[in-house]
Ligand binder design. Structure first.
Ligand code: SF4
Length: 570
């Protein structure tokens, strides 16, 4: 039976627990949120000892279901003050379940900076004073040298140690590139525990138990084939997530100039198409890369400089949008370098991109000045006043500089989709329990569903409601978002996914399993947030989205408040 590993950092003690009854059958976001709801007082200080940090493998982690190895990281967020789950690719979740752990719960706070090694023999606490303020790239290099290749590393950079509100959690891929559970400042929560890194070595680990192997194999194989048959997957394979730059630009919703425009004149220069051509010419550049074993899409990349030195892996749409078009920066090399600095210091590229744009709006640097933006982001690592300001996110920065147009909900910066043209996504930004978070339910235009109009003022509430439930379930299974998109257009594939869960657990599950699971996760998360003090008044976009016309469409965000408030009336 899968277990919970409880680690008390104050006492430097670890305990193994069978999954209590109320947590059985859960994984990923469903499990992190269930533990927070039960064990963290809603009014706890996110950076205090009452808060907990939870790493959880998804329900299907370690199996042959494609793209199912994402790691959920949960806690109460210092950025939003809400419940939070951020998830990441990488190798950690698959290794955890092979050691028999569905989740690791970090409690208390160590007196000194400490790392944790988890392997078949148990848990070892390792003094980490010599790692103090070391960036994630250096941490990974040293730990790999010390512990070998068969490990996954979860770590924080200096920003997490300094408890900056954009502090992120880095997770290594099988080939030791960095993926990030970026949003909500969970790296700061890890820093508040004085936990620098978790090293997971699954040597001699066990295979994940499947109750009905034949049924599982049949469903999993058919699911893989079905996912690969969807036309969208071919685009992700070729261009990665940066395919979205030209798509969103054409649709007039590419976040541009601190959300004052929906199209960017330099879009082609930061597009996936341009990146592919650039990487073809550069030594060691890769347009195809996978963040976890078992990925059948390989949407990621390795972005190199002209000499073939890796700058960053992978360079994704959200970073390109927030750091690029939203700051009017049309240079992929500069964007990649800013991405690298963020990964190393351990800060969220999205909230940082939002904060840099706010600084541009305030006149601290010129629109489109990539070098000045890079210098500003590097200031976070130098702990200058401006660096610490942007390191606390776009809302903090906007309030400090007296900027009126701050694109956030519940303290978290929006993603690179303007909600005036993608109104279903706008409803998700407004009502998600996580603050503005596109991955909770992004309603982008879909050629397979031409009847859906993303910029219509009505009908968006039910769309967002369905997507939020669906993706809460996907986050609980540990499935990558891109592998889950074809299932929205090919409902039989949802049946196959449910069959995989059923064949793994041996429990019969009906066709409503995914929506019921997702809905129960959302209900619990909303209940936690209500106890913190959040009400429907907090489920609103900043007023400028309702009042300023987005060019060139002229759209405003005009979804009626009753429709927004109906989303979580389950
Ligand atoms: S499709 Fe992309 S994000 Fe998903 S598992 Fe593969 S490489 Fe990772």
């Amino acid at each position: 039976m899968a277990k919970i590993l409880r680690v008390n950092m104050s006492k430097l003690k670890a305990n193994l627990e069978d999954l209590p009854k109320e947590y059985q059958g859960l994984g990923g976001r469903a499990l992190t949120s269930a533990i927070i709801c039960k064990e963290v007082p809603p009014l706890a200080d996110p950076l205090g000892t009452e808060n907990k940090l939870i790493f959880s493998a998804g329900i299907l982690a370690g199996t042959s279901v494609p793209n199912s190895g994402r790691l959920s990281v949960g806690g109460k967020s210092p950025l939003t003050n809400t419940i939070k789950e951020a998830n990441s690719g990488g190798a950690a979740a698959q290794k955890l379940v092979k050691l028999g752990f569905q989740a690791v719960v970090i409690e208390g706070s160590a007196k000194e900076l400490t790392s944790l090694k988890i392997d078949k023999n148990g848990v070892t606490f390792i003094p980490a004073a010599s790692y103090r303020e070391l960036g994630n790239y250096g941490v990974i290099e040293r730990l790999k040298r010390e512990f070998g290749d068969n490990i996954a590393i979860i770590s924080i950079g200096p920003a997490g140690e300094w408890k900056l509100k954009t502090g992120s959690v880095a997770v290594t891929t099988p080939d030791f590139h960095i993926r990030v559970a970026a949003r909500g400042g969970l790296g700061a929560v890890m820093g508040s525990k004085n936990l620098k890194a978790v090293i997971i070595d699954d040597t001699n680990g066990d295979k994940v138990e499947l109750k009905d192997k034949a049924k599982f194999r049949e469903a999993s194989t058919a699911l893989s084939k079905g996912i690969l048959s969807h036309p969208l997957i071919g685009i992700f394979k070729e261009l990665g997530t940066s395919c979205l730059v030209m798509m969103m630009n054409a649709y007039g919703c590419l976040a541009t100039k601190n959300y004052s425009l929906g199209q960017f004149e330099g879009a082609e220069k930061i597009s996936g198409e341009h990146m592919v051509e650039l990487m073809k010419k550069r030594p060691n550049g890769q347009n195809v890369h996978r963040c976890m074993d078992g990925c059948i899409i390989n949407c990621s990349n390795i972005f190199t400089d002209e000499m073939g030195e890796m700058i960053v892996s992978g360079l994704e749409y959200e970073t390109i949008g927030l750091v690029g078009s939203n700051c009017m920066i049309d240079d992929l090399d500069i964007i990649a370098r800013i991405n690298r600095v963020c990964n190393d210091i351990g800060i969220d590229t999205m909230d940082i991109g939002g904060a840099v744009a706010i600084c541009m709006e305030a006149g601290l640097l010129a629109w489109g000045d990539g070098k000045a933006a890079l210098n500003l982001v590097e200031e976070v690592g130098k702990k200058t006043e401006k660096g610490l300001m942007i390191g606390n996110g776009c809302k903090f920065t906007g309030e400090k500089l007296g900027v009126k147009r701050i694109p956030h909900v519940k303290g978290q910066c929006l993603a690179a989709y303007d909600p005036r043209s993608l109104k279903g996504t706008g409803v998700t930004y407004a009502t998600s329990p996580m603050g503005a978070d596109h991955s909770c339910g992004n309603a982008i235009p879909n050629p397979a569903n031409p009847a859906y109009n993303p910029s219509a003022p009505t009908g968006q509430g039910p769309v967002s409601q369905f997507l939020q439930s669906y993706f809460a379930a996907i986050d609980s299974l540990g499935l990558c978002l891109f592998a889950s998109l074809p299932l929205l257009d090919i409902p039989e594939l949802q049946g196959l996914l449910v069959s995989c869960v059923s064949a793994k657990s041996g429990e019969p599950l009906d066709e409503n399993y995914l929506i019921n699971l997702g809905t129960s996760v959302l209900k619990a998360e909303r209940k936690f947030n209500s106890a913190v003090g959040f009400t429907t008044k907090d489920d609103r976009l900043p007023r400028f989205f309702l009042e300023e016309k987005l060019l060139p469409s002229g759209n405003v965000f005009d979804v009626p408040e009753e429709e927004i408030d109906g989303v979580h009336k389950f």
